[in-house]
Ligand binder design. Sequence first.
Ligand SMILES: C[S@@+](CC[C@H](N)C(=O)[O-])C[C@H]1O[C@@H](n2cnc3c(N)ncnc32)[C@H](O)[C@@H]1O
Length: 208
Amino acid sequence: MTLPHSPSARPAAHRTPSSDRWLMVRKFLKHGTTIASFSPSSRFLSRAVVRDIDFDTAKVVVELGAGTGPITHELMRRVRPHTRCVIVEQDPDFCTRLRQKFPAADIVEGDAAHIDRILADRGIRHVDHVLSGLPLPSFPAHLRDSIIASSTRWLNPTGSFRQLTNMPWVYRGLYREYFYAVAFKLVPLNLPPGGVYVCSGYRGTITP
Ligand SMILES: C[S@@+](CC[C@H](N)C(=O)[O-])C[C@H]1O[C@@H](n2cnc3c(N)ncnc32)[C@H](O)[C@@H]1O
C-alpha cells in the first residue's frame, strides 16, 4: 500500500551515495543489458524526468526500473498526499535499497512486464504518468511491446510515458513507432549526456 508523503517526510536534496554507484557497477558487470548503465542517473537527469508533471492533478504515477532510486527520490520530493506512486524494480538488492531510502513508498519487487497485474492487485484503473528507467531498446521487441502496451493501457488521455536515455535522440524513431507525440528533453549536464523522451498518444504494438 502506498502511504501519503507528508512534506516533512520528503527526502532532502539529492547526492548520489558512493555505495549506490558501487552497487550499480556490480549489477552492471553481472547483468549487463538488463541494467544497461554503470551509474545511477544524475540529479539533473532525474529532475528532467519529473519536471513539468502537474502534481496538483496527478493521482497515480508508476515508475519502472527504479534501480537505486534517483528518479524515485525526485518523485518523492514532489508528490502530494493524493498521489499514489507504484515503484517497480526486479532486482532484489535494488529493492532492499529502495525500501531503506523510501520506507513509506510502494516498492514492488517484480517484472515490469507484469504491470497489468501489479496495478490490478492495487485496484488501479488509471495512471497519470509512467516513468521508465528500463533499458527498453535493448529488450527483445516482443517484451518491449508488451511492457509499453500494458503500461500505457492505463494511461489517462492527458498522461505521459517518460523514458530516460543516455543516448540523446538515437531512439526517437523507435518511440515514434509507439506514440503519436514524442518530445525529447536534452540533459547535457548528465554524464554521459542524456535526456528524456516524453511520449503520449499510444499507437499500438509494432511487432507482428
Ligand atoms: C538503466 S537502470 C536505471 C535505474 C534508475 N532508474 C536510474 O535512473 O538510475 C535500469 C533498471 O531497470 C531494471 N530492470 C530491468 N529490467 C526490468 C524489468 N523487466 N522489470 C523491472 N525492472 C527492470 C534494472 O534492474 C535496473 O535497475
